[in-house]
Design a protein around this ligand. Structure first.
Ligand SMILES: Cc1cc2nc3c(=O)[nH]c(=O)nc-3n(C[C@H](O)[C@H](O)[C@H](O)COP(=O)(O)OP(=O)(O)OC[C@H]3O[C@@H](n4cnc5c(N)ncnc54)[C@H](O)[C@@H]3O)c2cc1C
Ligand SMILES: NC(=O)c1ccc[n+]([C@@H]2O[C@H](COP(=O)([O-])OP(=O)(O)OC[C@H]3O[C@@H](n4cnc5c(N)ncnc54)[C@H](OP(=O)(O)O)[C@@H]3O)[C@@H](O)[C@H]2O)c1
Length: 419
C-alpha cells in the first residue's frame, strides 16, 4: 500500500512521499491511532524522536510509578489489558502492554527522527514534514510529504524548568522530575521538591520511603483526593455521579467524602482551590492529586510542606515566609509543556500553548487534514477516544478518495475501449 519514493532533493534532503497520514509521536496516542488505521488497512508512517515506543514511560518517569486510574480507563482501543494485571498496573506492566500493542498491530515507527518543522504547502495542498535523524554521528534530514498529519507528541513533551532567583548559584544537584528514577541515592539527604502535583507528591513519598528528608514546596493551592473511596476508585465514582448530577454537586460530594477520609488538608499547610476539583480540571486543566500515601507522611512530619520560594543561595533556599532551609538537592516537579509550537507552523488550530484552541470534545480535528490526538487533558482515556475518532475520519476520506480513483480508472478504461 505504501507508495514510497526516496530521493535526495537539491538541499541534500531525502524526500519521502507518504500514502496516508504521517503520525508524529509513538506514545500511547500515536500507537492508538496507528492501530485503528491498521485495522482499516490504511497505510501511515509514525515518526518518533526517541529510540523506542512510549519514550515518556520508558525514559522519563520514575521507577515506582503506577497508573493512578483503574486499568479499564487506561487501555488503548482494540486491546484490553491482560486479565492478570492488577487494578493499577505498574509502569513496567504498562510498557509491556504497549510493546505487545505495537507488535500485535505491526506498528514500526521511524525511530530517532525528530520532527523539526511541519507546514502545509498551499501550492500543492500537501503537508511537508521535515525531520532530523540522530542515529550515530551522521545527521540526516528527511522531508515527508503527505495529505494528512496527526500530531501525537503529547501534553508532556518537555519538562518545565522555571526561572527562580539564585537557582544557578545553588551548589547541589538540580534535576527535573523527568530525570528522577528513585530516592535510593538521596538517603540521608535534605531534598527540596518544588511542586505539589502528582509528581511532586509521589517523589516526596518516594524520597521519604528511602529515608531522605524531603521538603515539598506548595506555593498556591491543590486538590488532594483519595485514590479510592469506600473501595471504589474516586475517578470511577466521579464518572458515575456525573451521569446524574451537575459538576458542582459532584465536586461538593467528593470534597465531603475526602474530608472524612483524609481530614482537613489546610491544617497541613495545603490550601484547597476555591473551585471544586472537577470544575478546576474542566476550566483550567489542573489535575487533582490522587493520594497514595504522601499525606500520611506529611501528617507524621516525614515530609515537610513549605511555602513558595523567594530565592536560592549556595546551599539553602529562602522561602516567602522569611524562613531559610538548608538543602542538599533540588527536584523540580514543576510540570510539563507541549512542544507543538516549536515545530508546527500553523496557528489556526493549535494555540500558543501547544494545545488545540477548540475545547473538548472538538479539539481533535483541524483543517487540511490536520489532527490532534492526546491533547484533551483527559489522560489515556482521552487519547483512546481521540484515536478512534481520528481513524474513523481518516478512513472516510481515504475510502472516498479510493472510490473516486476507481471511478476515474473505470471511466478512462471505458473511453479507451470506445476508441
Ligand atoms: C509521570 C507521569 C505519569 C502519568 N501517569 C498517567 C496515568 O497514570 N494515567 C493517565 O491517563 N495519564 C498519565 N499521564 C499522562 C500521560 O502523559 C499520558 O497519559 C500519555 O503518556 C499520553 O500519551 P501521548 O502519546 O499523548 O504522549 P506521550 O506519552 O508523551 O508520547 C509522545 C511521543 O511523541 C514523541 N515526540 C515528541 N516530540 C516529538 C517530535 N518533535 N518528533 C518526533 N517525536 C516526538 C515523544 O518522544 C513521545 O514518545 C502521566 C504523565 C506523567 C508525566
Ligand atoms: N501516578 C500517576 O499517574 C502520575 C504521576 C505523576 C504525574 N502524573 C500526571 O502527569 C501530569 C503532570 O503532573 P506534574 O505533577 O508533573 O505537573 P503539574 O500537575 O503541572 O504540577 C506542577 C506543580 O509545580 C508547581 N510549580 C510550578 N512552578 C513552580 C515554581 N516556580 N515554584 C513553586 N512551584 C511551582 C505548580 O504549582 P502551581 O499549582 O502553583 O502552579 C504545581 O504544583 C499530570 O497530568 C499528572 O496527573 C500522573
Amino acid at each position: 500500500m505504501f507508495s514510497f519514493s526516496s530521493q535526495p532533493d537539491f538541499c541534500g534532503r531525502r524526500c519521502v512521499w507518504v500514502n496516508g497520514p504521517v503520525i508524529v509521536g509513538a506514545g500511547p496516542s500515536g500507537l492508538a491511532v496507528s492501530a485503528c488505521l491498521k485495522e482499516q488497512c490504511i497505510p501511515f508512517v509514525v515518526i518518533e524522536r526517541a529510540d523506542c515506543i512510549a519514550s515518556l514511560w520508558q525514559k522519563r518517569t520514575y521507577d515506582r510509578l503506577k497508573l493512578h486510574l483503574p486499568k479499564k480507563f487506561c487501555q488503548l482501543p482494540k486491546l484490553p489489558f491482560p486479565e492478570e494485571y492488577p487494578e493499577y498496573p505498574s509502569k513496567k506492566q504498562f510498557i509491556n502492554y504497549l510493546e505487545n500493542y505495537a507488535q500485535k498491530f505491526d506498528i514500526k515507527p521511524q525511530f530517532n527522527e525528530c520532527v523539526q518543522s511541519a507546514k502545509y504547502d498551499e501550492a500543492c495542498q500537501l503537508w511537508r514534514v521535515v525531520t532530523v535523524s540522530t542515529t550515530g554521528s551522521t545527521r540526516t534530514e528527511t522531508e515527508y510529504i503527505c495529505q494528512m498529519l496527526v500530531v501525537a507528541t503529547g501534553e508532556n513533551a518537555e519538562g518545565i524548568v522555571p526561572e527562580i532567583d539564585g537557582l544557578q548559584d545553588f551548589s547541589g544537584e538540580v534535576i527535573h522530575a523527568k530525570d528522577y528514577k528513585s530516592g535510593e541515592k538521596y538517603t540521608g539527604k535534605k531534598v527540596l521538591v518544588v511542586g505539589c502535583g502528582n509528581s511532586g507528591m509521589e517523589l516526596s513519598l518516594d524520597l521519604s520511603n528511602h529515608n531522605a528528608k524531603p521538603s515539598m514546596v506548595v506555593r498556591s493551592s491543590v486538590h488532594i483526593l483519595p485514590r479510592e473511596i469506600m473501595g471504589k476508585s474516586t475517578f470511577d465514582l466521579a464518572m458515575m455521579l456525573m451521569k446524574w448530577l451537575p459538576l458542582w454537586l459532584v465536586d461538593k460530594l467528593l470534597l465531603i467524602l475526602t474530608w472524612f477520609i483524609l481530614g482537613d488538608t489546610q491544617k497541613m499547610g495545603i490550601k484547597r482551590p476555591s473551585l471544586g476539583p472537577l470544575q478546576l480540571k474542566n476550566q483550567h486543566g489542573k489535575t487533582p492529586v490522587l493520594d497514595i500515601g504522601a499525606l500520611e507522611k506529611i501528617r507524621s512530619g516525614e515530609i515537610t510542606v513549605v511555602p513558595g520560594i523567594k530565592r536560592f543561595n549556595t546551599n539553602s533556599v529562602e522561602l516567602v515566609n522569611g524562613e531559610t532551609v538548608e538543602i542538599d538537592s533540588v527536584v523540580l516537579a514543576t510540570g510539563y509543556r507541549s512542544n507543538v509550537p516549536y515545530w508546527l507552523q500553523e496557528s489556526e488550530f493549535f494555540g500558543k500553548n501547544g494545545f488545540p484552541k477548540t475545547p473538548f470534545p472538538n479539539g481533535w480535528k483541524g483543517k487540511r487534514g490536520l489532527y490532534a490526538s492526546g491533547f484533551t487533558r483527559r489522560g489515556l482515556a482521552g487519547a483512546s477516544a481521540d484515536a478512534v475518532r481520528i481513524a474513523k475520519d481518516i478512513g472516510k476520506v481515504w475510502n472516498e478518495e479510493l472510490s473516486q480513483k476507481k471511478k476515474r480508472v473505470h471511466t478512462h478504461r471505458r473511453c479507451i475501449s470506445t476508441f
